[in-house]
Design a protein. Structure first.
Length: 486
């Protein structure tokens, strides 16, 4: 049976239709959120724990964020604020007032090791590695690092760890060689390997498997891969972006708004008429087709030619001997085609008349074919899209925890100019960067512990130097930003 609503094309014109005059209700389709037992993916002799429902959540996250006009720059601001002036050595202590303080320092031996990574054959230098780790944190809150040990004379240093290499989380999945048959509950410690490859359509024959870094035996494997993460509530294995899932639909809507507006401007004149087909007419045509089928059955038994329905000079519809709803659908479609051809004609149809009959609804009422003009509300549509876009911006800003005064985007899309707001919101934001810094620097600090145990025991760590910006009223006039060359 044909749908109660739909559209039909005639040349470059589009017409919508409905059967009957009852209000049309459309149910919003929603994806079912599945919970329960996670099925591991078999790849060769290993079993992979999927990264999200389709094993591609970090890939999807990266694509959607990259396609957004606002989020990439917001994340870049977070990256720059965490990175500050870059990674430095420090020693943390508690002063006589009970306040935790940092003393930044220089250590030539540790610095020489950090500066030697490229010389030791690693892909990136230390600062590039840290930069990549910061980016991974703000996209997925997890960081994969490949440990390169000083074996076979690879390093000019006699230190155990030659350096670390960042591995994109888009390419890494945790896996196990243990058969999961009968097992329904998994913990992080169950997955002792990391499988690396192109999970978005790549050849599994090119995948590589590495042992997962074991802090209890850090030098057991020369190319182990570690996974440092900011734990996600309710997730045992992977870390997930804390903001992405909650605003995924908003990101999608924001990304699609320009396309919606452009498509509307291009096609707004297409669907301009709406046709209402009387239900009584449909019932009458159904009865007519049933009668023709019955008559054709008798004609066929007598060996005579069957009846057809003529729509135009060269357009006939075969009816047959057995009625079905498909027959009625075909008849309605042909009638719609006939009507829309008439409506879409220009010069050749001028002065012509298209006639239909009215039908009784069985309760004394009258039903007629109706051709209604669809209002082309350009202004209302564009304004609605822009209002949605503004709301999407607000949602994305709030999800990133960036006040408009430090994101440089206010609710109206203009730069916030309040210096006081910017100062205090910036200081509050800096005060909340302890966890990101701890996760980003976790692996390199553990490598420092292995290479320089005595220095590590003395409290030396690697972190970021983020200078606090002084309020301008607290700075002497000659040292204020306006009078200082940057």
């Amino acid at each position: 049976m044909m749908n109660n609503i739909g559209y039909v094309r005639s040349g470059s014109d589009v017409y919508t239709y409905q059967i009957g005059e009852s209000p049309v209700r459309l149910a919003a389709a929603r994806k079912e959120q599945r919970t329960g037992v996670i099925a591991l993916l078999g790849v060769g002799r290993y079993f992979v724990y999927p990264f999200g429902q389709d094993n591609l959540e970090p890939n999807t996250c990266a694509r959607m964020i990259t396609d957004n006009r606002l989020l990439p720059e917001l994340i870049e601001k977070q990256i720059r604020m965490l990175y500050g002036n870059g990674p430095v050595l420090y020693r943390q202590s508690v002063n006589e007032h009970g306040h935790v303080t940092r003393k930044y320092l220089e250590d030539p031996v540790i610095s020489d090791w950090l500066d030697s990574w490229r010389e030791n054959g690693l892909a990136d230098d230390f600062r590039t590695y840290i930069n990549k780790c910061v980016r991974s944190f703000y996209y997925t809150e997890g960081i994969f690092s490949s440990w390169r040990l000083s074996v076979g004379g690879r390093s000019r240093w006699s230190l155990p760890v030659a350096g670390l290499e960042h591995v994109s989380e888009l390419r890494c999945r945790l896996c196990t060689s243990r058969n999961p048959a009968g097992k329904t509950d998994w913990t992080d410690s169950d997955f002792r390997h990391v499988m690396v490859g192109n999970w978005d359509g790549g050849n599994i024959g090119e995948f590589k498997v590495y042992p997962r870094f074991n802090p209890a035996r850090p030098l057991a494997a020369s190319s182990a891969v570690s996974y440092s993460k900011n734990p996600t509530f309710g997730e045992e294995i992977y870390a997930f972006n804390v903001f992405f899932r909650g605003i995924k639909d908003w990101i999608h809507g924001s990304n699609m708004t320009p396309a919606y507006i452009n498509d509307y401007l291009e096609n707004a004149m297409s669907a301009r008429l709406h046709i209402v087909i009387p239900q009584a007419w449909v019932e009458a045509k159904k009865a007519m087709l049933e009668d023709i089928c019955s008559a054709n059955a008798e004609l066929e038994a007598k060996g005579k030619e069957l009846q057809k329905i003529k729509f135009s000079e060269n357009d006939y519809m075969e009816v047959g001997t057995e009625y079905s709803d498909n027959l009625l659908s075909e008849y309605i479609n042909r009638e719609l085609k006939k009507l829309t051809t008439f409506l879409s004609g220009s010069g050749r149809n001028q002065g012509k008349v298209y006639a239909t009959r009215s039908y009784s609804d069985g309760q004394g009422g009258e039903e007629r074919w109706k051709i209604e003009e669809i209002p082309q509300k350009y202004k209302e549509f564009i304004e609605a899209m822009l209002e949605y876009d503004k709301r999407a911006d607000e949602v994305m800003l709030s999800s990133k925890g960036l006040d408009s005064s430090i994101s440089n985007v206010s609710k109206d899309g203009i730069v916030s100019k309040s210096g006081s707001d910017a100062y205090y919101n910036y200081m509050i934001y800096l005060n909340g960067l302890t966890i990101p810094e701890t996760v980003v620097c976790a692996d390199v600090n553990y490598a420092l512990k292995i290479n320089f145990p005595e220095k590590y025991r003395s409290g030396i760590r690697i972190g970021f130097y983020r200078p606090a910006i002084a309020r301008q009223q607290d700075v002497t006039p000659e040292n204020r930003m306006a009078n200082t060359q940057i």
